[in-house]
Each structure stands twice: as C-alpha cells, then as structure tokens.
Design a protein around this ligand. Structure first.
Ligand SMILES: N[C@@H](CCC(=O)N[C@@H](CS)C(=O)NCC(=O)O)C(=O)O
Length: 208
C-alpha cells in the first residue's frame, strides 16, 4: 500500500487521465478496482466515497478528491507539473482543448448516458458513440491547428490537453472510429505512446 489510493476502473477514461498524471508526477499509488460492469460504483462503499457514483476518486495528502479535472488541477498545483502555461491567453486556449473532451465529449458518451439514450442496444448505441466521439475529435483536430505543429498537442511537452486526449482515443478505438482524417491527433498519439507515463496508464495494464 502507498499513501495515495486511486479508486479506478481500467477502461474509465476519466480514471485513465488521473493515472497518466500520477505517472507524470512520478507518484507511487495503489489502485483499487471499482468494477463498473458489475455496478460496484453504486455500492454503499463507493457512494460514500463519491455520492455521484463515479470513478475516479483519489485519496491523497489526507484528502479525498473527486472529478478528474479537479484532481489534475490539484496535482498540477501541488506537484508543480506545469500542465498549463502561466500566460492567460495560452492557458485559456489549452484549457479549451482539454474541456472540449472532458466536459463536452466525454459525458454524452458515458456508458450510462448512452444506454439511457439508446436503450443500450446496437446499432443505436454504436451509432451514438461514433457520432459524438467522431464529431468531438474532428473539432479537436481543427482546434489543434491553432498550435504549432509539435510532438504534443500544445508544444514540446505534455500538457492537460494530451492527458484528456489519449484516453478518449482509447474509447474511439473501442467504438471503431477511424482517425484517418485526423493527422495531428495521430501524431500526438504516436508521441504519447512512446512515453512510459502514458503507456503505463493504458487500460490493458489492468490494476497495478
Ligand atoms: N466528470 C467526471 C466524470 C467521471 C465519469 O464519468 N466516470 C465514469 C467512468 S469514465 C463512471 O464512473 N461511470 C459510472 C456510471 O456511469 O455508472 C470526472 O471527470 O471525473
């Protein structure tokens, strides 16, 4: 056990963001699996951690934190990660990239939302996912045009935008979305795939 515990589910993209950030900050942590498929997020135990019934939840520094973006902000500020630039204009533009995924795209593709909207049956469910993920990623690709072509989304170092993008690409693969029309996104993925902090956080690595 370590002093940092992440209540996690491997395929959860919000949890995946936090795993990447913990790795980038070089923090050791213990993962506790909350099995979303069996409904463990609604158990009394987990609801007492997060009344929203969501992962991730992070126990750190004597605190219990929820909401991946809030957790990333906490790690950034307390571990000086430099996930966002100081310049106000640059910061706003980079935050826009991250929130385009974490605040706009991700929630409509949350499994429980998609199931309620489509009855959880195919082809309706797959069409829903492909429509919203495809539309969100195409917009993200266009937004990337505001930034200099660089190995990462916003330059020569990883940032909040990369941490939000990479887990969403894992979801895109799951739902069969082609990235053929998204060269910038493909290039960022190629870069991040080679970085241990990102690859170690991949859902295929299961519970640590
Ligand atoms: N805004 C939240 C979203 C968290 C979220 O949607 N978590 C999903 C997994 S990615 C979840 O726990 N879903 C469980 C459910 O829908 O029942 C965050 O960024 O932490």
């Amino acid at each position: 056990m370590t002093d940092i515990t992440l209540y996690d589910y491997p395929k959860s993209s919000a949890s995946y963001r936090v795993r990447i950030a913990l790795n980038l900050a070089e923090l050791n942590y213990t993962k506790v699996n909350v099995d979303l498929l069996s409904g463990a997020q609604s158990d009394t135990d987990h609801m007492s951690r997060n009344p929203q019934g969501f992962v991730p939840v992070l126990d750190i520094d004597g605190l219990r934190l929820t909401q991946s973006l809030a957790i990333l902000d906490y790690l950034d500020r307390t571990r000086n990660m430099g996930l966002l630039p100081n310049d106000a204009a640059d910061r706003a533009r980079q935050q826009a990239l991250a929130t385009a995924i974490a605040v706009d795209l991700h929630p409509v593709c949350n499994l429980s939302v998609a199931e309620r909207a489509t009855g959880g049956v195919d082809p309706a469910r797959t069409e829903w996912m492909q429509y919203y993920i495809g539309k969100g990623l195409i917009a993200f690709e266009t937004l990337l045009g505001q930034f200099a072509q660089a190995p990462y989304c916003c330059g020569d170092r990883s940032s909040l935008a990369d941490i939000c993008l990479i887990p969403q690409l894992y979801n895109a693969d799951r739902w069969g979305i082609s990235l053929d029309q998204m060269p910038r996104i493909r290039a960022v993925r190629e870069t991040c795939d080679k970085v241990l902090a990102f690859s170690d956080a991949h859902p295929n690595n299961g519970t640590k």
